[in-house]
Design a protein around this ligand. Structure first.
Ligand code: FES
Length: 326
């Protein structure tokens, strides 16, 4: 494996002030060190977490470099000893069968309203990965309205160093009278031209509002069952919305219930909303009516089959919106 050698002085985790040189020394120490120990002992990767992908790549590269050069460190030797029969069997299978690139469909919500826009953004930057490790990606996306109706389908080829920005909210109708915004969703598929590093190609949803912007990476669907959120009850200064995106073509039966205590015990005033959502449809529910003495509460979404559940926090006038996932 071709391992890129970073200068010992370059930062690996800026938050923890950890350089590549520091990390190399720790990985090679006689008592050995695993990736998890490196994070725990240095505090790296635990603040903004932006370095985690690079840390993981660096640790696995160091192990591979040691094996390739015959310089087996104590850490890599111990890791090898610890590998179970099953993992060693997988290692062997990897040498026999070729790697293939695979896709998992990701989902993001679309919000459209006065001063509210949503963009789908995908970038293909190679970061610290060596030339040739990042494939070009074929990005296929479908934009749908709340009822699951297809508004646009497109495919784009994203070479290394290229970016895709789709103003997805321009495809939605404006909100109906009395609604804060209209909602829809985007399904995104990524096909790497060859197996390699994902790099930065995880799609992002970007929500722009009057006084701020927010973004979060997309994800595959949640499996059927319960999904929990815990929130502070700050109804004077914050509005909370639950978003449900149906990942299937079949109608989705789901419920949203709150407030529970943070331990999952239902309060006396439990509100339960049960709905059916059309195939590939999108739904938004605003959380209201929590008694002021519930300082912190939990909310449960129950989904009957594959769906993506997300949360929006907003200022009362929706001038700032923050989006997150469980
Ligand atoms: S750069 Fe490593 S946690 Fe922020």
């Amino acid at each position: 494996m071709d391992v890129k050698q970073e200068s010992d002085l370059e930062p690996l985790c800026s938050c923890a002030n950890l350089t590549y040189g520091d990390a190399r020394k720790l990985l090679a120490r006689p008592s050995g060190m695993t990736y998890d120990q490196l994070l725990a002992e240095t505090g790296a990767g635990q603040t903004c977490t932006a370095c985690l992908l690079n840390m993981e790549y660096f640790c696995s590269s160091e192990g591979a470099a040691a094996a390739a050069t015959g310089l087996v460190t104590d850490a890599s030797l111990k890791a090898q000893e610890r590998r179970s029969l099953k993992l060693r069997l997988y290692d062997w299978l990897d040498t026999v069968f070729p790697l293939i690139a695979f896709n998992r469909t990701n989902f993001i919500p679309i919000l459209c309203g006065p001063d509210i826009e949503t963009n789908l953004r995908v970038t293909n930057h190679k970061l610290l990965f060596k030339e040739g490790h990042n494939p070009p990606f074929k990005i296929r996306y479908a934009i749908r309205n709340a009822a699951g109706g297809l508004l646009k389908r497109n495919t784009a080829l994203l070479g290394v160093g290229e970016e895709l920005n789709v103003p997805v909210s321009t495809f939605l109708d404006p909100p109906e009278e009395g609604q804060p915004f209209s909602i829809g969703m985007v399904e995104i598929d990524r096909f790497g031209k060859f197996p390699g590093n994902r790099g930065t190609t995880r799609p992002q949803v970007e929500i722009l509002s009057k006084d701020g912007s927010s973004a979060v990476h997309s994800q595959a669907y949640n499996s059927p069952g319960d999904i929990w959120f815990t929130a502070q009850n700050r109804t004077d200064e914050e509005r909370l919305f639950v978003i449900v995106l149906n990942a299937s073509r079949v109608d989705l039966v789901f419920s949203i219930a709150y407030p529970f205590s943070p331990l999952g015990v239902a309060a006396g005033s439990l509100q339960v909303k049960q709905e059916t959502l059309a195939g590939k449809g999108a739904y938004v529910h605003e959380v209201t009516g929590i008694a002021p003495d519930e300082l912190v509460y939990s909310l449960r979404a129950q989904i009957g089959h594959a769906a993506k559940v997300m949360l929006l926090c907003a200022t009362p006038d929706l001038s700032r919106i923050s989006v997150d996932h469980p």
